[in-house]
Design a binder for this molecule. Sequence first.
Ligand SMILES: [Zn+2]
Length: 475
Amino acid sequence: MANDLEYKPKSCWEAYNSAGDRENMNHLAERYIEFISTCKTEWETITWALERLKEAGVTHNPEKGTYCRTLKGKTLFAAKRGSEPLDKGLRLIAAHADTPRLDFKQRPLYEEIGMGQAKTHYYGGIRKHQWMARALALHGLVAREDGGFFTFVLGEDPADPVFTIADLLPHLAQKQSEKPLKDAFEAEKMNIILGHQPLDAPEDQSKAETTPCGKKEEGENTPKDPVKTHILKLLNERFSIREEDLQSSEIHAVPAGAARRVGLDNAMIGGYGQDDRICVFLAIEAMVALVQAPCAHTQVIILWDKEEIGSEGATGAKSRFMEYCVHDLMAAWSPEAVFGDVMQNTRALSADVNAALDPDYPDVHERLNSALLGYGPAMSKFTGHRGKYESSDATAQYVAFIRNVLNREAIPWQLVEMGRVDNGGGGTVAMHLANYGMDVIDMGPSVLSMHSPFELTSVADLYATHKAFSAFLKS
Ligand SMILES: [Zn+2]
């Protein structure tokens, strides 16, 4: 006799076993892989989202029933009007478009023993050793004094060169390997190799002696750092910039190459930046699919920047951007509404990934309350660390509401914590939404190797979370 008193998480593979579901699942995965293979910075992600919304008919003009606004190309707010007045609250999904990476320092270029290199400053929570000895691409934005700027990508096209950080050979790493991991890899040694060919000397200098360290003896016209000078010349030829222009730039080194299917069954997706672009993709896809359908509550997607460094700054979740956008909606759609009512009656998802139970490190998790890959969107009532510090805590009533939304459509879900109590922890933007008094819970697919250059997700979770976001917006 089946025991329907007991709760057991449901596998997405069992829930979605029809040929139609499997076909839709694979179709969604292919589009997602294309998205994360090309959108690797917050500005690339926001540009993609804006285009996707525009194609679907979302405009900047709230009079037409939809609304979309961006700030500094790094954060985005999009809304679709519901039949209920705004003070009945929004259905809001918030995700973040930034990801851990290596940023060029503002004065990055130098030459050392004939190698042209760039100094970096890491962004977000990385494990430094994962970024060595692998192909890196550069995604950059360079602003000029005249107010113009341009973006570039180097290292993604198979015809492009890639870049890398050299790691120590095992033969000489004896001392390093005895250090604790946190001390073994120094941030100031994470310097990106950009080239090693010196600028050709003018004809009359070309016969000058080459020293053992690779530098030519300095002649009248030989630059002091001929490799760095060569790199500057190549940058100038390609982008018409000088070294000073790099000081007003944002150049991110990210893992080069496309995301891939993982496993003989093709059931997983491996790639960079899935935290949290998987939720960005699914939130935008859900809104786009529903844009023509009538809805009760106004549906809102917000994509923030700077989540990985504490949600600070003009484009982070602690900023006023969302308030300004809600005021725009109120002015156009419900001038009589009170801001506090709109916010306090809002129901929100902090759409962010969760840690999947790691088969090699089950001891850092607590099995009963851990996310399993393939068991649907993982929800956390609270996040934070130690005694639930630095998190918001969804009410039991709100958890029940979300259960109902998902169960009505037979969408598998799991309620989880990131790891064992007192074993670390993490947070999302939930607490910044909760500050307005709205109901909010964390929800997103679970991820293995989170924050690594090759994060791993399940195709089945991708599909289930897409359905979950859609069901939530319609609720
Ligand atoms: Zn995240």
